[in-house]
Write a protein that binds this ligand. Structure first.
Ligand SMILES: C[S@@+](CC[C@H](N)C(=O)[O-])C[C@H]1O[C@@H](n2cnc3c(N)ncnc32)[C@H](O)[C@@H]1O
Length: 219
């Protein structure tokens, strides 16, 4: 039985439909966990590289999922438009690469998206809001000293307004205020932006820092 770490467990908990495409699956822990716990009925585990896809195939067969999980070698969502999926997960990749994968695919507009950017989460949120995706929910997961951000989004066709600081903290994270972790997260984001601000003296960062300080003071 696959046991997920907090990061992938949070990604798994945002999957709400029965048929998942896991983009950049690597070891395929996520689809196999969801299949074995009967949270989904079918999965496509995809990767751009043959090595990870071989690992995925081994995990799938060793855990008895060969009949309901297929591996596919492809770049992002290329060539997958015809698949009848409900959810798409893209985890453990840079935020800019995730936006590029979403942008190139029509399927992304028809599915629940569960995204876990390793870098540039603010640019991913900006892309989603500017391009008609609504962020339905967000979560934070801590492993060792790192806090991961998990975003669930759905295409509505309506662009949403946002403030700059919300791109860094996440509107839903602000609403949810996950106890303890949210404060630590705000402090980490503040520290990172403070370093950028000191380097650039960009007044935009100054404004964002003030907003984050205001939110921390209310926690
Ligand atoms: C760090 S692993 C993340 C694995 C897993 N999704 C997770 O979150 O634990 C990133 C995986 O994405 C794959 N990858 C990188 N770029 C990709 C792309 N454009 N399309 C599909 N897979 C990609 C890599 O080969 C690698 O297996």
């Amino acid at each position: 039985m696959i046991v997920l770490t907090p990061r992938l467990y949070s990604v798994a908990s945002f999957v709400s439909g029965e048929r998942l495409i896991d983009v950049g699956t690597d070891h395929a822990y996520l689809p196999v966990y969801l299949l074995n716990s009967e949270k989904i009925k079918y999965a496509w585990a995809t990767d751009i590289n043959k090595g990870p896809l071989k690992k995925a195939g081994d995990t799938i067969s060793q855990n008895g999922c060969s009949d309901n999980c297929k591996t596919i070698l492809t770049d992002g969502l290329n060539g997958l438009d015809e698949l009848d999926c409900t959810d798409i997960s893209i985890a453990g990749m840079g935020g800019i690469l995730i936006t590029e994968i979403i942008e190139k695919s029509e399927l992304a507009k028809k599915s629940n998206l569960i995204l876990q950017p390793m870098t540039h989460p603010h640019l991913l949120r900006k892309y989603l809001y500017d391009h008609g995706y609504s962020i339905i929910d967000e979560d934070l997961a801590k492993e060792d000293r790192r806090i991961y951000q998990i975003i669930k989004a759905k295409y509505t066709g309506i662009s949403e307004k946002y403030s700059e600081y919300e791109l860094y903290l996440g509107k839903k994270n602000i609403e949810n205020k996950k106890p303890e972790l949210f404060k630590l997260f705000c402090e980490k984001v503040h520290k990172e932006l403070d370093i950028k601000f000191k380097g650039t003296k960009d007044p935009n960062f100054g404004e964002i820092l003030k907003e984050i300080e205001r939110i921390i003071s209310q926690l």
